[in-house]
Design a protein around this ligand. Sequence first.
Ligand SMILES: Cc1ncc(COP(=O)(O)O)c(C=O)c1O
Length: 402
Amino acid sequence: MLAVHEDRLAAAVARLGSENAFEILARAREIEARGRRVVHMEIGEPDFDTPEHIKKAAVDALYENHTHYTPSSGLPSLRATIAEYASRFRHVNPQWEAENVVVGPGAKPVIWNTLSALLDPGDEFIYFDPAYPAYASCASYHQATIHAIPLLESRNWRMDLDELARRVSAKTKVVVINSPHNPTGGVLTKGDLEFIAGLAGRFDFLVLADEIYSRNFYLGSEYVSIASLPGMRERTIVVDGFSKAYAMTGWRLGYALMPERLARTVTLFNNNTFSCVASFVQMAGIAALTGPDEPVTRMNEIFRTRRDRLIEGLNAIAGISCLVPEGAFYAFPNVSEITHDDRALAKFLLDEGGVACGGGSSFGAAGEGYLRFSYAASLDDIDWALQSIAKTLPKFTNLSSR
Ligand SMILES: Cc1ncc(COP(=O)(O)O)c(C=O)c1O
């Protein structure tokens, strides 16, 4: 906790959360710097390089002097490209227009700016636990009344719909869903989405659908977005970006699609914070969406192979059980037979075994007794990590039973 009084910080600072994965990454790097092997499964970023045609588009754009400010909502050509791509990919009708699109330096600041445009103190805000930490951090900063509804391992990491129905009311302003899901890899079914859409209509709330993993999807069926359901285009904010699908985490490029009036207000937040995204990065975004799709499908095939190897290996270790994730690139094994102190176990696995992963409880109370592994690591690294976990776990169990 920050020493608010000593440092003369705003009291609101104490309400901010943070992404623990970056702290684990820093610790893992320190251990590596001492010459030890570490397999990185803590951070949510593809280990692939950005596809060549996207890099080339950025370099060309630089040499064509796309080096100036752009509008705060994004380059008109990128917004039009995103509107076309997102409407086609999600079968949204009527199609989104450029005016529905807001571009930002990653999806994360777009989430912050969108929630900031919506939440007043006391507004009811619902999200599902465990979760990507950015939603609750922003809602708590704005003093919204937060309801965290647990996701259930027994429902393949989907929510209990009756519990959701009990929690929503006329005061509910925003419900955040995230499918495929970080940290569990769960995917909501069309039936779940229809149920949520029905509640949204009845109780007049907005749905922020974080669909950043919509291209990291292994079910074989078509991806379904809640925005494509009847009446939902006007009530949904779809968040997406380039980080995960195109291995562009460090470029910082994301966006959201939303009703036009809201887009204008979110743009005002962009204007007041980062002004705009680097223009040559936005040009690279156009190349990503209009260029060959083969690199995306190829990366996903590799992810799927790694997923299968990791899940099989985890389930072969005594005390661990893990559902097969249907999307994203995370495994969320249950380690509650070994310990409920998942963070201590994650630390031990890193310090003793050189395997960097996250404790489930850093994603919310419902994550207690789980670990999060990102399988953005080579098969060789995954095999090594599995062996190391199998060797290291008994030492943890011995220590904690003393
Ligand atoms: C669920 C979810 N949403 C949004 C983001 C933000 O991605 P970025 O800011 O890199 O676009 C992430 C990144 O880990 C994520 O897991």
